[in-house]
Design a protein around this ligand. Structure first.
Ligand SMILES: NC(=O)c1ccc[n+]([C@@H]2O[C@H](COP(=O)([O-])OP(=O)(O)OC[C@H]3O[C@@H](n4cnc5c(N)ncnc54)[C@H](OP(=O)(O)O)[C@@H]3O)[C@@H](O)[C@H]2O)c1
Length: 318
């Protein structure tokens, strides 16, 4: 089968189209014919080993997994004998979790991975861009127990995580403020945000307005500035935090009356089934910036790693 393989960390050109062995499903696995995948921040961070700590988990001198791609949509082509959740021919979408491997024509995954049947009202390309941003946003919004009527601010509202977070926070009944640049204001309004702040013109931390939840999906805000405009017992979500912000956040949580949440988001099959339901009732929609082919993967990575995509970059495999 065709796959995009990388055997060393580095620039987008380490991603090379190769012929590799088609996988065979184990007893608990489904063999998926991949229709589409996406280039997420997780993929380019692993490709570049950025931050350095990536190497501690994914290979010190060279990548342990040679095929990236953490999300997919596709069709079940074969099932192991113990698989009960899916049958041959099912259209599915999901996350590979830490296994990766979706930059390929086929992938085997355990049927208890974060996989669900594809929503009937979106195509494969659209389905492939949902799992990364939406499971991340869902993980963190559930952690802070988001409630109807809360004032929630999403910084980086135009990214993969941000576009999902705005829609999910609205679904939970929050009063949502999205922060993005001028070119994305209309997009964020169209996703249901009650208000949009253009970060090139206004600094929300200086507006004398307080929030119950602030989610920084970009890691560009000062932790102490955010805490100042957070209500008592409010929550600051630092979904893109690096070590310095995590330390500041942990200290603030221990010493104050505001919670700071960070860490790695998990994905479950239940989350994917829930997201499928939201898509089918039009409460969540995929946002796609650009679509590339598998062969154009280096170009897609070059674009995605600039950090200014509008929602998602999709890859059509078939
Ligand atoms: N904790 C976890 O488990 C987890 C999971 C997923 C992702 N992440 C991390 O979260 C980060 C974001 O991921 P993503 O996939 O959503 O990124 P992305 O799709 O690349 O989006 C980044 C967005 O941030 C916006 N942005 C850039 N500078 C900004 C600023 N100063 N103020 C407000 N918005 C700004 C950009 O919009 P403009 O072009 O308008 O600037 C862009 O739309 C990554 O660092 C990733 O590693 C963490």
């Amino acid at each position: 089968m065709k796959a995009i393989v990388y055997t060393q960390y580095g620039a987008p050109d380490v991603l090379q189209l190769k012929e590799v062995q088609k996988p065979t499903p184990k007893d608990n696995e489904v063999l998926i014919r991949i229709k589409a995948t996406a280039v997420n921040s997780g993929d380019w961070r692993l490709r570049k080993a950025d931050p350095f700590a990536v190497r501690l988990f994914f290979g010190l001198t060279k990548p342990r997994h040679s095929i990236l791609g953490g999300v997919f949509s596709g069709e079940v082509e074969a099932t192991g004998k113990n698989v009960t959740r899916f049958k041959i021919g099912d259209s599915i979408f999901g996350s590979t979790d830490m296994k990766f491997g979706a930059y390929a024509e086929y992938l085997c995954l355990s049927d208890n991975n974060a996989i669900a049947l594809k929503p009937a009202n979106i195509n494969y390309t659209e389905a492939a861009v949902i799992p990364f941003g939406a499971t991340t946003a869902l993980h963190f919004l559930k952690k802070v127990n988001i409630k109807t009527g809360q004032n929630v601010l999403i910084n980086g509202a135009s990214g993969a995580v941000g576009t999902a977070a705005v829609q999910l926070a609205k679904y939970y009944g929050a009063n949502v403020t999205g922060v993005c640049s001028t070119q994305n204001v209309e997009l964020i309004k169209s996703l249901g945000a009650d208000r949009v702040i253009d970060y090139t013109k206004e600094d929300f931390t200086k507006n004398n307005e307080n929030f119950d939840v602030i989610m920084d999906t970009v890691n560009v805000l000062s932790v102490s500035d955010c805490l100042k405009v957070l209500n008592r017992n409010g929550s600051l979500i630092l979904s893109a935090a690096m070590m310095p912000e995590m330390l500041k956040g942990a200290l603030a949580s221990m010493t104050g009356n505001k919670k700071v949440i960070f860490g790695v988001a998990g994905q479950t099959a239940e989350d994917m089934i829930f997201l499928k339901g939201l898509i089918e009732i039009n409460k969540l929609r995929p946002v796609i910036d650009k679509i590339y082919s598998l062969e154009q993967m280096p170009e897609a990575h070059t674009y995605a790693q600039k950090g200014h995509k509008k929602g998602n970059v999709a890859i059509e495999v078939l």
